[in-house]
Design a protein around this ligand. Structure first.
Ligand code: 26Y
Length: 793
């Protein structure tokens, strides 16, 4: 390496790591060679970061998460190490297609949605800020399923990102722990001993995560499950080959697939095993590292801050107590104090069905010692604070367990945190009023502006320099430039160029022809009733009907884009997908409206697709029922990229609107309090439908076969739900949504006004950087500091 040019490094990897000669190398070969050359640039800062942390005796942050939705890593790594231009020049010089090479990388979808992507943004910000940190999770062989449409219906196929070598990771055969399940406990010499009767090995795979300017790198350590016993030789020799291979297959199941569900607690033993597997391995690793440097376990909270990303790692509470009390002999009360001093918990949802609960039976069987410790934790808490219980109706409530075992508990937006205090954790908040704090989510401006939108990033940098990349709040310096028509023209031209690129992609990949001068209106997120994609499609149907009635009216042409996956078992969400695709088929074929309205639903929404869609968006749809979306992070990415938002007062929308200004945000709908009151109104939906003929007509079209080849029943279920019991109040918010959408249309028809509003969105969204969020966690939750000053920040 040393002084080697990047091009030499790429050629050298091609030859010596891949054994390929440049004349016969494939796109894959070039991509791997480039990745390895890039990875080489990360290893030195990575080692230096580890050394600096060790030398300073600094506190480390451990982010425990079942999900890390990292997406592709190559381009981001080149941007952060500053070699992107050199790499591009090298490939251009060799006559090789640089874009195609970058797009060859599989998208690592080790997460479902917001929670997993947040974890990925946090790791990048932790490295940018130079805070010593590890992300701990599971190395799923199959990430989130791949989505395909069959005649408009979602079909799930296994995702196979690991069939190719994952070039970013380093396998660590020496970092492995045996993790047990089930079995029995007994007393021995005054200590409780747990003797599991089943076990697997957790083996570490490390991926370095480089921060902006390449100065600091932290580690994402993912655990893969391996058998403790590779082969049953006895069975094998007797000819039972399947039986002989069984231990290996069973063990590997634990890290085989990501749970394809972001809401419901399926109550499956395998999921509980996954949770314990990665939490236990991580805690053992954390204690091993601590004990190699320090001797007094009571100092653990001074050196270790553990963040539980939702309740999925909540077993960390009892497990840490077990490691300290049973295995190391600290008195129970001290073990509790030390564990609580290290642990913190982030809540990401108030939806009752998404709050994890495990039956005492399952917990007692798989983790008998932990079940007993949970009872002890419950007893000691309720002795001090009567009135709250962790165990109820034979179930362990993981949110309550996490709360009781944590120093700090946080929500992910100001509204969500307030609602946590008033609803799910009302009683616990009364007992521990200091414990709940807010940390509004954020997104990394490196990936979500600089890398994904180089055109707009260039315009910004030309105006204010590139200081914003490391300090996104500097984006406010754009404000004075907004009076400059030249700047606004460049800003708009960058958006227009992105829309043209996307239009071409829609044409070639999906066969849909769209007009790049139309308003690009985008809703991308998991499909869920509370997120209300069905409100969006109903409004789109109503718009289409109005346009057909009056095709020469003063319409703003729209391209309505959807993206997102439904949990495989969530039938209503799958029906919504089917409806959207069916409406798209009819509307896109209608010659009367073909210049006015198109609907596009690219399949298999993932991080990579988000990076393609967000830079080309004019209008961002953030339309959840108020009180239901904990924060949202897509909403922030859109605003940062100069899109307007049409949205409800939910999650972080509230704060986005405060930052960008009410006049630069299309607000509609009921507040959380109004939602609660509305649900009490008998026939709320019927009343709303009676008052709005457009809504009634759109619903009729779901029942008269317009989008179902004459079949009156295909979408009746959705219509009946919206007209009847609908807990998410689609009908009651429809008319106001229609009004806000038409206001957006009118604003779009005034290009100067639109340009100003969108540029103000970018200028005022810097606060939603995950760097700001991480600074908040570091000072209010972790008490963690960078051990050395970095030049970049
Ligand atoms: C219980 C299990 C199956 C489960 C798995 C994944 C439960 C929940 C989840 C994921 C939840 C999630 O992604 N929540 C989202 O977190 C984002 C980051 O804080 C928020 O912005 C978003 O509002 C919230 O829905």
């Amino acid at each position: 390496m040393g002084d080697q040019t990047l091009k030499d490094a790429i050629l050298s990897h091609l030859k010596y790591s891949l054994g390929k000669d440049a004349d016969h190398a494939t796109i894959y070969d070039w991509r791997v060679a480039l990745s390895l050359a890039t990875r080489d640039r990360i290893v030195d800062p990575w080692f230096q970061s580890t050394r600096a942390t060790y030398r300073a005796g600094a506190k480390r942050v451990y982010y425990l998460s079942m999900e890390f939705l990292i997406g592709r890593l190559l381009e981001d790594a080149m941007v952060n190490t500053g070699i992107l231009d050199e790499a591009k020049a090298a490939f251009d010089g060799m006559g090789l297609p640089f874009d195609k090479i970058i797009h060859d990388e599989p998208d690592a979808a080790l997460g479902n949605g917001g929670l997993g992507r947040l974890a990925a943004c946090f790791l990048e910000s932790l490295s940018t800020l130079g805070i010593p940190a590890y992300g701990y999770g599971i190395r799923y062989e199959h990430g989130l399923f791949r989505q395909r449409f069959d005649h408009g219906r979602q079909v799930e196929e296994p995702e196979d990102w690991l069939t190719q070598e994952h070039v970013w990771e380093f396998e660590r055969p020496e970092a492995a722990f045996e993790i047990g399940f089930a079995g029995e406990t007994f007393e021995n010499g005054g200590r409780t001993v747990w003797r599991p009767n089943e076990s697997v090995m957790a083996q570490a795979f490390d991926t370095p995560v480089i921060g902006w300017k390449g100065e600091w790198a932290n580690t994402l350590r993912l655990w893969g499950a391996l058998p403790t016993k590779v082969l049953d030789l006895g069975l094998f020799n007797r000819g039972d080959y399947a039986g002989a291979a069984e231990p290996e297959a069973l063990a590997r199941t634990i890290s085989r697939v990501l749970y394809p569900d972001d809401t419901t607690d399926e109550g499956k033993a395998l999921r509980l095993k996954q949770e314990y597997f990665f939490t236990a391995a991580s805690l053992r690793d954390i204690l091993r590292r601590f004990e190699s440097e320090h001797s007094d376990l009571r100092d653990l909270p001074k050196k270790v801050a553990i963040q539980m990303n939702d309740t999925h790692p909540a077993i960390a509470g009892p497990e840490l107590v077990r490691l300290l009390h049973d295995e190391r002999g600290l008195p129970f009360a001290d073990a509790m104090m030390v564990a609580r001093g290290c642990l913190n918990y982030t809540n990401h949802t108030l939806l009752p069905e998404a709050l994890e609960r495990w039956s005492e039976g399952l917990m007692g069987h798989l983790l008998p010692r932990h079940m007993r410790l949970i009872e002890m934790i419950n007893e000691s808490h309720s002795q001090q604070y009567p009135g709250v219980t962790i165990i109820e109706h034979d179930q362990v409530k993981m949110g309550e367990l996490s709360f009781v075992m944590a120093s700090k508990v946080n929500g992910v937006s100001a509204l969500h945190t307030e609602l946590m205090k008033e609803t799910v954790f009302k009683d616990l908040n009364g007992l521990h009023p200091e414990r709940i704090v807010n940390q509004t989510n954020g997104v990394t401006p490196r990936r979500w502006l600089k890398t994904c939108n180089p055109g707009l990033a260039g315009v910004v940098t030309q105006a204010i320099g590139d200081g914003w990349v490391g300090d996104a709040e500097k984006l406010v310096e754009l404000e004075p430039h907004i009076a400059d028509s030249g700047f606004l023209e460049r800003f708009t031209a960058a958006k227009r160029a992105n829309k043209e690129t996307l239009s071409n992609w829609f044409g070639t990949e999906l066969g849909v022809k769209v007009d790049p001068s139309a308003m690009f209106d985008v809703q991308i997120k998991r499909i869920h009733e509370y997120k209300r994609q069905h409100l969006n499609i109903l409004e789109t149907i109503a718009l289409w009907q109005e346009m057909r009635d009056n095709p020469n009216g003063d319409w703003t042409p729209r391209v309505v884009v959807f993206g997102g996956k439904a949990a495989p078992g969530y039938h209503f969400a799958k029906d919504i997908i089917y409806l959207i695709n069916s409406v798209a088929r009819v509307v896109n074929a209608d010659p009367i409206t073909s210049k006015l309205l198109k609907i596009v639903y690219p399949p298999n929404y993932n991080v990579t697709l988000a990076e393609r869609l967000i830079p080309a968006t004019d209008l961002s749809e953030q339309i959840s029922t108020a009180g239901k979306e904990a924060s949202g992070t897509g909403n922030m990415k859109f605003a940062l990229n100069g899109a307007m938002t049409v949205g409800t007062l939910d999650g972080a929308n509230v704060e986005i609107r405060e930052h960008v200004g009410a006049e630069n945000f299309f607000l509609f709908g009921m507040t959380a309090q109004e939602v609660w009151a509305r649900r009490e109104v008998e026939d709320h939906a019927g009343q709303a439908i009676a008052a709005d003929p457009k809504l009634a007509r759109a619903l009729d079209s779901l029942r008269n076969g317009t989008f179902a080849d004459g079949d009156h029943d295909r979408f009746r279920g959705i219509a009946d739900n919206v007209s009847g019991p609908d807990y998410f109040l689609v009908a009651s918010d429809f008319s106001d949504y229609w009004r806000a959408s038409r206001e957006a249309d009118a604003a779009f028809r005034d290009p100067a006004r639109w340009a100003r509003m969108t540029a103000l969105n970018t200028a005022r969204s810097g606060w939603f950087s995950s760097d700001r969020t991480i600074r908040g966690y570091a000072s209010e939750i972790w008490d963690a500091l960078p051990p050395k000053p970095l030049r970049s920040i």
